[in-house]
Design a protein around this ligand. Structure first.
Ligand code: PMP
Length: 410
């Protein structure tokens, strides 16, 4: 059997994710890895998961182990709707569908909105998992560049006019991979533009609750409602959220919040994908979030990750040559470094692995074959001492590169 000639055409766009491949490196304990996007496992609320599991099995065991609705557990949807609601925006459970990680939300949104040949506008660099999910659909990605305030929305309008995109996708808050946050002014302009041009806007908010410094920002979901003078979800924004970074990724609980026509289609697509997200982990997630536990836990994570971010930034100041630039995120799990043009991050990674430190070369996050001299660094998964040591090791390698270049060009 020749399988290579048997697979569907769309599989030509499917690749093993570089992230998953590189994650293999992280299993060796001596490697200090900044490569993954993993939360700190020592802060997983293991005891709380155990208690919640006991409680839901004891109190609602027959429901917990049964098939359930595609939309998801009503109490959990209600809880999410309330947490997303603000004085200016009211969501109900009908605006929410539970998905198996927000990654499934991306997959489903792609299925219900994107046809082959469609154009999707993305900030550059962007979330690799989105590119992997939507590339097989045969769509074309048009990049908008980013700076320290996120997507350069001032470049968007000509692209909207020229390409008539089917979707704009953004991670506006503590972006993966750069860690930057879209400014309030740009948020207002972004929702105005997508409304004017009638384009759906996907707001992927995996990290927005993990803020360590700076002022809160308005979600695009709320900004859109304000722009449209409504307090209901009836605009252009489709919001993706997740418990992965604020509780644990292993539960695989995320959500899509959107106007009801979108929810309706996403539910239809989800039904054929997996019938419903695990009833058991939905009940556990709901149960463990009660009595203020979720908010306390988020507060704890903010303290832990703030320290790790600060240690990484201070170490980069100390050990990286001044030719290296980097972002200074107010939250999230990542920052991005830009090396001098002559440093190839993929080549540097080979040396880094020998020196027992790992990062992800940035190129895969970029559309259009740029970013070879960039890398993404995760600061949530290593303890502060290891962060400092890993950055010191990277700094040595980078200094060698700079000196070698100075010699070569003399
Ligand atoms: N969106 C973004 C921007 C992410 O970084 C991630 C996790 N890496 C996801 C979505 C998917 O997360 P999950 O499926 O665990 O909710």
């Amino acid at each position: 059997m020749n399988w290579d000639t048997t697979f569907a055409a769309r599989t030509a766009h499917m690749r093993r994710s570089t992230i998953r491949e590189i994650l293999k490196l992280t299993v060796l304990p001596e490697v200090i890895s900044f490569a993954g996007g993993l939360p700190a496992p020592e802060y997983f609320p293991i005891e709380r998961v155990r208690q919640a599991t006991d409680t839901v099995l004891a109190e609602r065991g027959q429901e917990v182990l049964q098939y359930s609705t595609t939309e998801g557990m009503l109490e959990l949807r209600d809880f999410i709707a309330q947490r997303l609601s603000t004085p200016k925006l009211h969501l109900s459970a009908d605006n929410v569908v539970i998905v198996t990680g927000s990654q499934q939300g991306l997959d489903l949104i792609g299925r219900v909105l994107l046809d082959e040949g469609d154009t999707v506008i993305v900030e550059n660099p962007t979330y690799l998992g989105m590119l992997l999910a939507w590339k097989p659909l045969g769509v074309r990605f048009v990049p908008v560049s980013t700076d320290m305030d996120g997507m350069r929305v001032q470049e968007l309008e000509p692209l909207l006019r020229q390409h008539r995109p089917k979707l704009v996708y953004s991670v506006p808050t503590f972006q993966n991979p750069r860690g930057v946050t879209l400014s309030e002014t740009r948020r207002a302009e972004l929702v105005r533009l997508v409304d004017y041009y009638g384009v759906p806007l996907v707001e992927d908010c995996a990290y927005s609750e993990l803020r360590y410094s700076g002022d809160p920002v308005t979600s695009l979901l709320e900004m859109d409602a304000i722009h449209l003078h409504t307090d209901r979800l009836e605009g252009n924004v489709i919001y993706l959220g997740t418990f992965s970074k604020i509780l644990t990724p292993g539960l695989r609980i995320g959500w899509v919040a959107a106007p009801s026509p979108v929810i309706e289609k996403v539910v239809q697509a989800k039904q054929s994908a997996d019938l419903h997200t695990s009833t058991m982990t939905q009940f556990i997630t709901y149960e463990m979030s009660q009595d203020g536990f979720l908010e306390r836990h988020i507060q704890k994570l903010r303290e832990v990750y703030r320290e790790r971010r600060d240690v990484m930034l201070a170490a980069m100041e100390q050990y990286f040559p001044e030719e290296v630039k980097f972002t200074r995120p107010d939250g999230g799990l990542f920052l991005m470094a830009e090396f001098p043009e002559y440093v190839d991050a993929a080549e540097l990674l080979k040396l880094a692995v020998e020196a027992k430190v790992a990062f992800i070369p940035g190129e895969d996050f970029y559309v259009g074959g740029i970013g070879r001299n960039t890398c993404r660094l995760n600061f949530s998964n290593q303890k502060p001492e290891r962060i400092e040591e890993g950055i010191r090791r990277m700094g040595e390698l980078l200094k060698d590169e700079v000196i070698a270049h100075q010699f070569a060009t003399r």
